[in-house]
Design a protein around this ligand. Structure first.
Ligand code: UDP
Ligand code: MG
Length: 316
């Protein structure tokens, strides 16, 4: 019999964790496979860890991992995938925003229809601020233009994958993990499932506008070096203009003699060029900072507690 594990990252989800389990377990256990949950408590400060432990005591099919602190959803998904040993692995949010009733169809797509990945995409952005939608839409356009990862707009971290894909994702060693990029970068045959955006079942979103913005920046810097090229091009362009202007000034001084006026043009040139230098330095700095973090090679997360025992295959 095939095995299937469903990874559920949870951070401060005490209000939705039980509701999630009650809603999703009948759906999951209806699948004809050896199904289990892997709840990943991402260092929650509320009762989430305790609730998950209680679920595990009641139901032997509930596995859990609890982090020593909040490491972010990317780390939680990675931990789940690393610790999984099943033939098929799924990932779903714990707030019921991802339609759980799609899971059996997604499972069928990877087991019977010859796909490697079944992934969900939302078809609308109902219940989301207009400005937020506009920003995310331009983000997808930009990142697809300047990187070699081709990210579907509206693609979510709600997916079912076979072992090949999980191994590929887990084998990517980077510390700055932008899963949307990694999921698409590894390739493989994907079947898309569309569903409508839903309100959160309970609790509130962990994504502030600022967090989303830095997430977008991470995505671009992680999957493209275009910003470096742009700063090179803009720098070259301004130096050419600067050079032409310098020639003009020299000739003008030789012909008409020095003029005291010209303070505005000098200050403008200094300000513009100074600004451009700082921007390029900043962009370079962002890449260096990321290299610094990669070189340090710190673990992606630290586990405080888990009930997953490493199996004989050597998987954790
Ligand atoms: N999450 C997590 N660690 C974090 C933030 C979020 O594991 O640092 C989990 C969260 O519990 C939820 C999922 O990631 O299951 C999606 O989070 P959220 O609903 O806040 O994001 P949104 O749906 O608003 O994009
Ligand atoms: Mg959510």
């Amino acid at each position: 019999m095939k095995s299937f594990e469903l990874i559920v990252p949870c951070y401060n989800e005490e209000e939705s964790v039980n509701l999630f389990y009650e809603t999703v377990s009948p759906i999951l256990y209806s699948i004809d496979a050896d199904c289990s949950f892997i709840f990943v408590d991402d260092g929650s400060r509320d009762n989430t860890a305790k609730l998950i432990r209680e679920l595990a005591e009641k139901d032997a099919k509930v596995k859990y991992i609890s982090f020593s602190r909040n490491f972010g959803k990317e780390a939680a998904m990675l931990a789940g995938m690393r610790m999984s040993s099943a033939d098929y692995v799924g990932i779903i949010d714990s707030d019921l925003q991802h339609s759980p009733e799609l899971i059996p169809d997604m499972y069928r797509a990877v087991t019977e229809e010859g796909c490697d990945i079944a992934a969900a995409r939302r078809i609308d952005r109902k219940g989301e601020a207009k400005i937020k939608s506009a920003f995310s839409r331009s983000f997808y356009k930009l990142i697809n233009k300047i990187s070699d990862a081709n990210i579907e707009e509206g693609a979510q971290d709600f997916r079912v994958m076979n072992r090949k894909v999980v191994n590929a994702i887990v084998s990517m060693p980077e510390y700055n993990r932008f899963s949307k990029g990694i999921f698409s970068w590894v390739g493989f045959k994907t079947k898309w499932f569309e569903h409508e955006n839903r309100e959160r079942a309970a609790g509130k979103t962990k994504w502030s506008f600022w967090k989303l913005f830095t997430y977008a920046v991470d995505g671009i810097l992680g999957f493209s070096t275009a910003p470096l090229k742009i700063s090179l091009i803009v720098g070259t362009f301004t130096s050419i203009i600067g050079f032409i202007y310098a020639l003009y000034t020299i000739v003008k001084t030789l012909v008409f003699g020095p003029d005291v006026a010209g303070y505005p043009s000098i200050i403008c040139a200094i300000l513009i060029v100074g600004g451009l230098i700082l921007i390029s330095l900043g962009i370079t700095g962002e890449y260096i900072a990321r290299m610094y973090m990669e070189v340090k090679n710190r673990p992606d997360y630290l586990i405080n507690e888990t009930n997953i025992i490493p199996d004989e295959k050597g998987n954790e």
